[in-house]
Design a protein around this ligand. Structure first.
Ligand code: FAD
Length: 423
């Protein structure tokens, strides 16, 4: 299975991150964070802002995991439909999580503004594009549930959706003006600069090898150093490796791959997403597309990178946008999504003072940034709990079989998919 970043558009186009060093020797802080993605970086930034001493260690480099590989859709809420969220968590917890994550895009965009993060920000909303009658029914249901909860979403009819997307293959779209798109690796690197500015200590190339209790809290050990901390947060999500490998067993890893074209011509850009919204569709094996700052089409689908996916992407783009039929791909990369069993993020208190927040199930830009902030507020006594459920997750039974099920399903779908007509 490929999990490559070497041909990632985001790596090729992101401004350089801060020059960090490996952790060497022993340091003592109030909170140690493991993992330099949105969750860990936001936690470090907000803890430092609140005057809590904090050190973050990253096994590779900032944004190495899902945070540097994703589509860059900054959406509100979670994947799950709002009514289903209430059923799964109970009314009070469901509404708390919904309301918190409704504000997640605002948090992301306000951090970008505050710290002048250069990450190709466009806040023109996102479009959840309906495929077929079943897709439209799903969007109608979502729209109603979201509007009941005060979300300013709008269900676009077929004609409007087709003009906004530039394709005749969609039957409608749910527009969310709170959302937008970013260059995700640039955002992660920008958060790292912001955390350093606020006084957090960040180290890269410093994998946690072990974490063990001590009389005052915890001792985190890396190949060349040690951190003594009262609390430790594991923010390693789908990329949990080295001393936190066990955490990965609580989620099913699902691959999602993307391709980026050469910059489109001005005439093409006048037709494809003329307002530059980000899009994902209602198909069970979902795909997504958006533009980057240079007018490249970034197209993604579930499944690992490879010939089947790139053939399918070329064919699908030709179907959606016949005037782009000869699209040339310049970049291809993939990433791992941590799917929790209920498709919701969770905070686990593994032992007293040792926490893990993970399981965003493919929507982690807003939620990861928000959970980092909430952790900081919780640890510094400004709030009593987090908005995500506190759960002791079990290892997913038959995890490898479930991963294969999704992967084979996605590949089979890509091999066999035919044009979707508007029916
Ligand atoms: C292809 C793809 C597309 C996606 N698209 C979107 C999208 O459009 N919108 C959206 O909201 N979400 C999207 N997501 C989900 C989102 O990217 C993730 O939920 C989010 O990045 C998770 O952030 P994180 O900080 O929790 O974890 P990560 O960003 O995965 O960070 C974990 C870090 O921990 C480090 N690490 C692991 N083990 C150790 C160790 N032992 N010691 C030290 N460090 C360690 C890893 O190297 C890694 O950098 C997508 C995900 C993928 C993979």
């Amino acid at each position: 299975m490929q999990d490559s970043v070497c041909d990632s558009l985001w790596r090729a186009s992101a401004p350089a991150g801060p020059q960090l060093t490996q952790l060497e020797g022993e340091i003592e802080v109030q909170v140690a964070i493991v993992g330099g993605g949105f969750t860990g970086l936001s936690a470090a930034l907000h803890l430092a802002q609140l005057g809590v001493s904090v050190a973050l260690i990253e096994a590779q480099e900032v944004g190495f995991g899902g945070s540097g590989r994703n589509v860059g859709l900054v959406n509100a809420g979670v994947w799950m439909e709002p009514d289903q969220l209430d059923k799964t968590l109970g009314l009070e917890a469901g509404r708390t999580l919904y309301n918190t994550l409704a504000g997640a895009p605002e948090l992301v965009f306000s951090l970008i503004n505050k710290y002048h993060i250069q990450c190709e920000t466009t806040r023109h909303g996102t479009l959840h594009a309906g495929v077929g009658k079943a897709g439209l029914t799903q969007l109608q249901r979502r729209c109603e549930q979201m509007r009941t909860r005060g979300a300013p979403v709008e269900l676009l009819d077929t004609a409007e959706a087709q003009v906004r997307i530039g394709s005749t293959k969609f039957i409608g779209a749910l527009f969310d003006p709170r959302a937008g798109t970013i260059q995700p690796l640039a955002y992660a690197r920008g958060l790292a600069f912001a955390a350093l500015k606020e006084g957090a200590l960040l180290f890269d190339q410093s994998p946690l090898n072990s974490v063990r209790p001590s009389t005052e809290g915890w001792i985190v050990t890396t190949p060349k150093g040690q951190i003594r901390a009262e609390k430790v947060v594991l923010a390693t999500n789908a990329y949990s490796e080295h001393g936190v490998k066990e955490q990965a067993r609580k989620f099913v890893p699902i691959f999602y791959s993307q391709l980026a074209s050469k910059p489109l011509s001005e005439a093409q850009l006048a037709k494809v997403l003329p307002n530059a919204e980000g899009v994902w569709d209602t198909c069970t094996v979902m795909s997504s597309f958006r533009l980057d700052q240079r007018g490249r089409l970034v197209f993604g689908g579930m499944g690992g990178e490879g010939k089947a996916l790139s053939n399918w992407a070329s064919q699908r783009v030709a179907e959606l946008f016949p005037f782009l039929s000869q699209v040339e791909w310049e970049y291809a990369w993939s990433g791992k999504i941590a799917y929790s069993e209920d498709h919701l993020p969770h905070c686990q208190q593994l032992q007293h003072g040792l926490f893990s927040v993970a399981g965003y199930s493919g929507r982690g830009i807003g939620p990861g940034t928000m959970m980092g902030k909430e952790l900081a507020e919780w640890f510094s006594g400004q709030r009593d709990s987090l908005s995500v459920p506190m759960t002791r997750l079990r290892n997913v039974p038959l995890r490898e079989l479930k991963r294969l099920f999704y992967e084979v399903g996605a590949q089979t779908y890509h091999l066999g998919q035919k044009t979707h007509a508007i029916d």
